[in-house]
Design a binder for this molecule. Structure first.
Ligand SMILES: Nc1ncnc2c1ncn2[C@@H]1O[C@H](COP(=O)(O)OP(=O)(O)OP(=O)(O)O)[C@@H](O)[C@H]1O
Ligand SMILES: [Mg+2]
Length: 241
């Protein structure tokens, strides 16, 4: 069996064990994450909260394989990514994870459609990816804007392109770092609705960093950080009407 194919029955899609991140700037040692342990079951929507500087983005970057830990372990879909070489990490990122950033981060010289296609081209995804990109742009309400460049789109529209881009490879995990942080409340709600739809309808695991209590309130679970440690980890109980 290929080491990348793991039983989809594995309950926890993300496992984090005793994770630490320390930055050494010569004389100065900063402990950014101090031994975090938790697991995220497949399909869960987890909000990560905490004050500015508490380590939220650092944690998300480590879980996405964008950064390397000082110690501890991260297992994604059964695969230990903690000490993987960059080429292997890039492949995992390309197949397992879609990422949405606060500042959209579209490539300015590519059209909306080309931006959406990019991850699929980088990972050599199979099938008619152009058709899929058009469908995804339609799904985020930009069916007629595929040929526009980022500068021709509003912030909310650019973030919708970023959501379509994150989902082009149909990753089992979506990570979003304050995806509504730069948007007004109407555009922010639209982005959150899109992410929630991908979580509910496609069973995509959603890990979302937010400062917004109202957004976090829609998650299944809230993990709160303070000074690089978990101070609470609570499931949200909803009574269905
Ligand atoms: N490369 C680095 N070198 C030194 N310190 C760093 C580095 N990266 C992060 N930090 C520090 O680690 C702490 C956590 O940063 P991080 O970006 O994870 O916080 P955050 O919770 O995402 O904050 P915000 O809500 O402001 O985005 C901060 O104090 C930050 O200054
Ligand atoms: Mg941050």
């Amino acid at each position: 069996m290929d080491s990348h194919s793991v039983s989809p029955l594995l309950k926890d899609i993300i496992q984090v064990e005793n994770l630490t991140k320390t930055i050494d700037n010569g004389s100065n040692r900063v402990e950014i994450l101090r031994g975090l342990t938790f697991a995220i079951p497949r399909g869960e929507f987890v909000a990560i909260m905490g004050a500015s500087g508490s380590g939220k983005s650092t944690l998300l970057g480590l879980m996405a394989g964008l950064d390397t830990a000082t110690s501890g372990r991260i297992v994604l879909d059964g695969l230990d990514i903690t000490n993987l070489a960059e080429d292997k990490l890039a492949r995992i990122r390309g197949t397992k994870i879609g990422f949405v950033f606060q500042a959209y981060q579209l490539v300015p010289t590519l059209t909306a459609q080309e931006n959406v296609l990019l991850p699929a081209e980088l990972t050599g995804a199979a099938g008619d990816i152009e058709k899929r990109a058009r469908e995804l742009l339609g799904r985020v309400g930009l069916g007629n804007r595929g040929h526009h460049y980022p500068v021709q789109l509003s912030g909310g529209e650019q973030q919708r392109v970023a959501v379509a881009r994150a989902f082009i490879t149909q990753p089992p995990i979506l990570m979003a770092d304050e995806p509504t942080g730069n948007l007004d409340s109407i555009n922010g709600s639209h982005i959150l609705e899109l992410l929630l739809e991908l979580n509910r309808e496609e069973k995509t695991t959603l890990v979302l960093v937010t400062h917004d209590q109202q957004i976090a309130g829609q998650a299944d679970r809230i993990i709160a950080l303070r000074d690089g440690a978990i101070v609470s980890d609570q499931h949200i109980v909803r009574i269905e009407a």
